[in-house]
Design a protein. Structure first.
Length: 281
């Protein structure tokens, strides 16, 4: 696992995890490995049992499902307004302006990559305190390849998300364009849904693996840098204001990790140290 997948955490983020000797502070893998050493971790913690029929439900009510080819468990929907509001209340943070009409079960938007990672760190600490998560386990965004697995793509051999973008043909709804009516929340010009802006995360049917909103509604941050410049992070999935080839299952978008937007949200994964190593091709 290299830095392109691990992304960036601030020094304060890592220090909040109790890491005393950090080394290269950009390496999430090294950071969590150090946490395990500092806390005397001997054996890998068992991942929670989960299936489409019986997902793993965590302490704040988020549901997690397995994905093909990986041990990681992935949340069945993007983080919602109600989920992020709880975090803001507990941390004493202002809730981000959603700009457009929304509701508690809509995906939260206007959250940067760094702010989403802070949410993951808060939830990790909360679950460890409750003994619902091992010291070698944590919440994070999906990696780019994990996201591809969840949406139903086969293995992708290219090195970076930029190189993988739009290489595999097809869309989440099938081989052709445009999407069929009632499949997801897309640009209003397509006239396939009744939502002007975001929609409830379960407004449309889940995919074959049980995941909602992997197509449309909001772009989702991932762990990966977009390309070797490391200036941008990768987003997946399209959004309520998008149409065209950007809705392909293999399409990637990119944004500054400090960037926000009314069509940018995030989805999280329940992961462990050994699942990070799995994200190598």
């Amino acid at each position: 696992m290299d830095d392109a997948v691990l992304g960036y955490l601030t020094d304060e983020d890592l220090l909040n995890l109790g890491i005393k000797r950090i080394g290269d502070r950009r390496r999430l893998l090294a950071a969590f490995a150090q946490v395990g050493k500092d806390q005397g971790l001997a054996l890998a913690s068992a991942m929670p049992k989960a299936s489409m029929a019986t997902p793993h439900v965590n302490s704040v009510g988020l549901s997690f499902l397995p994905i093909p080819r990986f041990k990681t468990l992935v949340c069945g929907y993007p983080v919602r307004v109600q989920d992020y509001r709880l975090y803001c209340i507990e941390k004493g943070l202002p809730f981000p302006d959603q700009k457009n009409p929304t509701d508690s079960t809509h995906p939260v938007v206007n959250v940067s990559w760094h702010e989403g990672i802070d949410y993951c760190l808060w939830l990790t600490a909360k679950e460890r305190e409750m003994d619902r998560m091992g010291n070698d386990q944590f919440y994070r965004f999906l990696t780019d390849l994990e996201w591809s697995s969840a949406v139903g793509l086969p293995n992708e051999s290219e090195e970076t998300p930029a190189e993988r973008s739009k290489q595999k043909p097809g869309y989440p709804w099938g081989p052709g364009y445009p999407p069929r009516k009632g499949f997801g929340n897309y640009h209003q010009s397509l006239k396939v849904d009744d939502f002007e802006f975001t929609s409830p995360v379960d407004a449309f049917p889940p995919n074959e693996h049980g995941f909602y909103d992997l197509s449309g509604n909001v772009w989702e941050w991932t762990m990966d840098n977009y390309n070797t410049s490391r200036a941008y992070h990768t987003l997946r999935g399209g959004a309520w204001d998008f149409y065209g080839s950007g809705l392909m299952s293999s399409a990637r978008n990119a944004n500054d990790p400090n960037g926000r937007g009314t069509s940018i949200g995030f989805r999280i994964a329940f992961a462990a140290q050994d699942t990070l190593n799995q994200t190598k091709k």
